[in-house]
Design a protein around this ligand. Structure first.
Ligand code: GLN
Ligand code: ZN
Length: 763
């Protein structure tokens, strides 16, 4: 038997985001349920057929989801929080209610929480567990989609989130128990799902246990043994135990000993583990080699992958090997062939890329080549691949000698402000003359349909550059006047020229390319289109200075310059894989540094460098975290440290967990940090108080995610609470995040109340 091929999951949004369109139309009441179900079935069918035609042996099913695969499992096993009881008659309504809340027919229930899936930008719906949590088979989605594919003549491999990962991803909704203990109650239902798959004719099942690539407690390890022991005893299905997003490391023996039929490992994130894992495997277990990157967009380097496969072949017979994607292709855009715009994605760069559909072919070709000499077609592909890889390595587009020289010349001094904070803040107070409890906003003001229409008209050529600039200047003036009238202390220009806080900068930096259709699911029907960083990054021209200077020319109050930081730009892009990420991050840091110093030269006294993505880049394993954080902090500091002491640097992060990273947050040494706080009722300030955070802080006093106008009184309460743990002289007053998604009416009303609250606090 030759080497087989294995795809862990395929994007489910549809080539032209058909799922998004159908879902949003269904939610708006514009199409029927049947039309939605048909659209979904069509996507599944196309995905299966595409993989079948490509010659994939193990084609996934149940990788489709209307929202999220973790939520699918919650519904399947009946982990449905009580507040949805009134909606149980219609499973699809119930499902969407759990995903994004429900406000109809006199019922008003909130959504379940959503958070990032491991270290990706994909968000899953967090399972909620209670102490006496019961599970009950509610809907066997996996079995139904397996049967659907079978009816089309395709025998698939159903995919399920593994039982231990599922519990670990969840949250206890009350005290007094540990969710991992629920494994005993979950297993019988999980096994019911598997048995039904078996009886419907399934031969394999893919059980996703990415948690095996994280630090596990002894209880979690026991749960693994218990779960897989029970599963093995209960079913004859061949189990593909699937791990990804990192090395198994200290969990390798555990994973190899769980009695799966196939163990899948991620050889993109952790190529070095191939030999040791292959050596560790019991005789009856096969190894699935995840060599094709499911999370990035670069063409596979066949030579490199074949070397890895060769290492496995030294220990294991070909019949025990599979070639696979490293993880689900959910995290890749769908089809490179759809990219035909030379202006945003140069042809030479396109030649280096591979999206989900192309990755499926790569898996097939690699298996073919690894098996012997390979077919004629595979040989030809290898030959072309060598040329493409070589082209990328030596291209003038990727290499910029000047950037590299500049990088080598970075000194530790460049990551340091001239004076310590105590001296800087003295000079800043003198220069800015701000009151106690100074008020500001996070940057963006409402982006109305009108503002967005100017941008799209300008892009289409329906507005000239001058006309576009004139319209934006009008918007900036309006935004400044409103802020002055409301009485804010540090103003912003409002960011109306920006589509997205990363794309806006990427479009003006060298080394970035953009796709037209490279959408990747972020959560539910929401997709993002990350920029592609393919080459050395530099900043040919100032990016924000004109807007900031214009805004400042309109007012005597300080206007805050607004930038996105290097960590966030990196984190929200597809990053080149031919040099360490930290190096690319440093290049971006230098580009942002140039912008910061240009802003200062142009007379801007306060500059904010947003870093909302610092936390999400945190490595899955604790041992790797300090190194990541050190580099992230260094990049931020390089970008921020080119200015005089009297220039005030702000940063912003919109989340609320700081406990484990507070030391590094402090090391960033921003003069002012604004953070999310309103939803947690200032509780998260605890981390800052305990740490004795030395610099100034603006804890968000209201949640911008809702149109609700907060009262003066409630914001005063929050500020009082903050003043109890933080020295009032350190406190700023601001919303949680940018106001881009809000309307003007509620924005004005809320900010008026906020300023009023600050005034009361000063008394
Ligand atoms: N300055 C950005 C804004 O106000 C910050 C956005 C963010 O934190 N995600 O929109
Ligand atoms: Zn924010």
């Amino acid at each position: 038997m030759s080497i087989r091929t294995n795809i862990l999951g395929y994007p489910r949004i549809g080539v032209n985001r058909e799922l998004k369109k159908a879902e949003e139309a269904y939610w708006a009441g514009k199409i029927t349920k049947k039309e939605l179900l048909d659209a979904a079935a069509q996507i599944r069918k196309e995905n299966w057929q595409l993989q079948k035609e490509a010659g994939i042996d193990l084609i996934p099913s149940n990788d489709f989801s209307f929202y999220d695969q973790t939520l699918d499992l919650s519904l399947s096993v009946g982990a449905i929080p009580e507040r949805y009881n009134a909606l149980k008659d219609d499973l699809l309504e119930l499902y969407f209610a759990m995903a994004h809340g429900y406000q109809k027919n006199g019922i008003d229930v909130t959504a379940m929480e959503m958070t990032k899936w491991f270290d990706t930008n994909y968000h899953y719906i967090v399972p909620e567990f209670t102490k006496d949590q019961q599970f009950k088979l509610t809907y066997n989605k996996a079995a139904s989609e397996f049967a659907e594919a079978l009816a089309l003549g395709i025998k698939t491999k159903p995919v399920l989130v593994g039982p231990v990962t599922y519990l670990l991803l969840g949250k206890e909704k009350e005290a007094g128990f540990n969710r991992i203990e629920l494994i005993d109650r979950l297993l019988p239902v999980y096994i019911e799902i598997l048995k039904e798959l078996e009886s419907k004719g399934a031969e394999y099942v893919q059980i996703d246990e990415p948690s095996l690539c994280t630090d596990l407690s002894p209880e979690a390890k026991d749960a693994y043994r218990k779960a897989f022991d029970a599963i093995r005893k209960a079913t004859r299905l061949k189990i593909i135990l699937t791990t990804y997003f990192g090395p198994l490391a200290d969990n390798a023996a555990l994973a190899a000993g769980l009695g799966a039929d196939i163990l899948h490992i991620d050889l993109v994130r952790a190529p070095e583990q191939v030999g040791s894992i292959a050596a560790l495997l019991p005789n009856d277990i096969s190894l699935s080699l995840g060599v094709v990157d499911g999370r990035n967009i670069w063409k596979n380097d066949f030579r490199q992958s074949l070397d890895i496969i060769e290492k496995a072949k030294e220990k294991l017979d070909s019949s025990r090997l599979l070639v696979a994607t490293s993880c689900s292709l959910l995290h890749s855009p769908i089809d490179l062939d759809a990219e035909t715009d030379d202006k945003t994605l140069p042809r030479e760069v396109k030649r280096w890329l591979s999206f989900a559909r192309q990755k499926v072919s790569e898996v097939v070709t690699l298996a073919d080549l690894a098996d012997g000499k390979g077919s004629y077609a595979a040989q030809k592909a290898l030959h072309e691949n060598k040329a493409d890889i070589q082209d990328r390595r030596t291209s003038a587009l990727t290499n910029n000698a000047e950037v590299q020289k500049r990088l080598e010349a970075v000194t530790p001094e460049m990551a340091k402000r001239n004076s310590p904070f105590s001296e800087r803040i003295r000079q800043q107070h003198e220069a800015l003359g701000l009151p106690l409890f100074p008020t500001t906003t996070i940057g963006s003001f409402p982006q109305t349909t009108e503002v967005r229409s100017w941008r799209s008209k300008f892009k289409k050529g329906e507005l000239s550059k001058d006309e576009y600039i004139a319209l934006l200047k009008g918007e900036i003036e309006k935004t400044i006047r409103i802020q002055e009238e409301i009485g804010l202390d540090v103003l912003v220009h409002g960011e109306s020229e920006r589509n997205d806080m990363v794309e806006y900068f990427g479009e003006q930096l060298s080394g970035f390319a953009f796709t037209r259709n490279g959408w990747v699911q972020s959560y539910g029907s929401r997709c993002v289109k990350p920029p592609v960083i393919y080459g050395d990054v530099s900043r040919p021209n100032a990016m924000t200075v004109d807007w900031a200077v214009y805004a400042q020319s309109l007012t005597d109050k300080p206007v805050k310059g607004m930038l996105t930081g290097p960590v966030t730009i990196l984190q929200w892009s597809f990053v080149r894989n031919d040099q360490p990420r930290a190096l690319t991050m440093k290049q971006i840091a230098l580009a942002i540094r140039d912008e910061v110093t240009d802003l200062e030269k142009a007379g801007i006294k306060v500059i904010q460098i947003d870093e909302p993505a610092i936390r999400e880049g945190l490595p899955l394993r604790k041992v790797d975290r300090d190194e990541y954080l050190d580099k992230a902090v260094e990049a931020f500091r390089i970008s921020a440290s080119g200015v005089k002491d009297s220039t005030q640097i702000h940063t912003h992060m919109c989340y609320s967990q700081f406990n484990d990273i507070i030391r590094h947050i402090a090391l960033m040494d921003a003069d002012v940090i604004t953070i999310e706080c309103a939803r947690s009722q200032m509780n998260l300030l605890g981390a800052f108080a305990e740490f004795k955070y030395p610099n100034e802080i603006g804890p968000g006093v209201y949640d911008i995610h809702s149109p609700r106008v907060p009262s003066v009184q409630e914001m005063v309460e929050l500020l009082r609470k903050a003043s109890q743990v933080i020295n009032p002289a350190q406190l700023w007053v601001n919303p949680d995040c940018g106001l881009k998604t809000r309307g003007w009416t509620e924005t004005e009303a809320s900010l008026r109340n906020m300023v009023q609250a600050a005034v009361l606090m000063r008394k």
